[in-house]
Design a protein around this ligand. Structure first.
Ligand code: FPP
Length: 281
């Protein structure tokens, strides 16, 4: 057995790694092929406000409850040995919300990072933040930096939190980074897909194979515009605070039913070459 094969065998998730499961989860797990999970799952966590509204609660109660779904999703993906999980926590458009809600979301994230650090560490999770982080309040920037540094040595899943994130802004930032590189070195410049991908906030990560959106909206909402070129999209009516482990397993099972052709004609086997992908970390 080669080194690579050994590594793959060790890295393969087992049902036991999830711990105790409910009867519904066990049934869903039976349908899952653990050797064919997506490498990168991205999630638009939507519906917190509606969840709260249905219960006559303030919107912030929905966000607080949404952190539990984030926790479950993070832990489950890490234990399933998914390479990367990206959660859309705050978009560049979200600044249009009332200041009290924005302040609450920032505070919630800070609390989350503090409270969940042991869980992140015990699951060997590496944190990364995608977005214009330098525009965030100083205290949030500090916590984000610290969480990135504290988890940098971990060897497990990369957890990306998109914060003050916009897909178009990301492409603009990548282009400016390429221009700066060009000006600095005076080297002849050629734009390629690989070069753009390398300069995105997600540089070095595989593109998402699966994009999950909760609460039923059929929109991409300026999320990972470049990276989701070939992603399978799974939209569920479930509101984010109700998105539990069974709903996540359902999304993974649905992903495995899809035929991925990358514009080619056979399942996963493009006729010529695969779309540009940067090697995963
Ligand atoms: C969308 O619901 C949700 C958000 C803008 C915030 C998501 C943030 C969390 C779940 C907090 C925790 C995140 C992490 C990573 C710890 P919405 O308010 O747009 O809902 P609505 O469409 O029903 O109004």
């Amino acid at each position: 057995m080669s080194q690579t094969q050994i590594h793959q065998t060790l890295a393969r998730p087992t049902l036991e790694s999830l711990g105790p499961v409910t009867a519904e989860e066990a049934q869903l797990l039976e349908r899952l092929d653990l050797s064919r999970l997506p490498r990168h799952v991205a999630v638009i966590m939507d519906g917190n406000g509606r969840w709260a509204q249905k219960r006559h609660l303030p919107r912030i109660a929905g966000h607080r409850s949404g952190t539990q779904s984030a926790r479950t999703t993070i832990e489950t993906c890490a234990r399933l040995k998914i390479e990367a999980l990206t959660l859309y926590a705050f978009s560049v458009e979200n600044w249009r919300r009332p200041k009290t809600e924005i302040d609450f979301l920032m505070q919630l994230l800070r609390e989350y990072l503090k409270k969940e650090m042991p869980l992140l560490q015990s699951n060997e999770i590496r944190m990364r933040f995608l977005g214009r982080i330098d525009e965030l309040p100083a205290a949030v920037q500090k916590d984000v930096r610290e969480a990135t540094e504290k988890t940098a040595g971990n060897k497990g899943m990369v957890l990306c939190v998109a914060l003050n994130y916009g897909g178009r802004a990301e492409i603009v930032d990548a282009m400016n980074a390429i221009l700066r590189e060009h000006n600095g070195h005076g080297a002849a410049s050629r734009i390629t897909e690989e070069r753009i991908a390398r300069h995105l906030y997600t540089g070095g990560l595989p593109d998402p194979d699966l994009l999950i959106r909760t609460s039923g909206e059929m929109r991409v909402s300026n999320f990972l515009l470049w990276q989701i070129a070939y992603a399978e999209i799974f939209v569920t009516d479930t509101l984010w605070p109700d998105f539990n482990r069974a709903r996540l397993l359902e999304a993974l099972a649905e992903f495995q039913k899809r035929e991925r052709r990358y514009g080619g004609i056979q399942d996963g086997q493009p006729t010529n070459e695969k779309p540009a992908r940067v090697a995963g970390q």
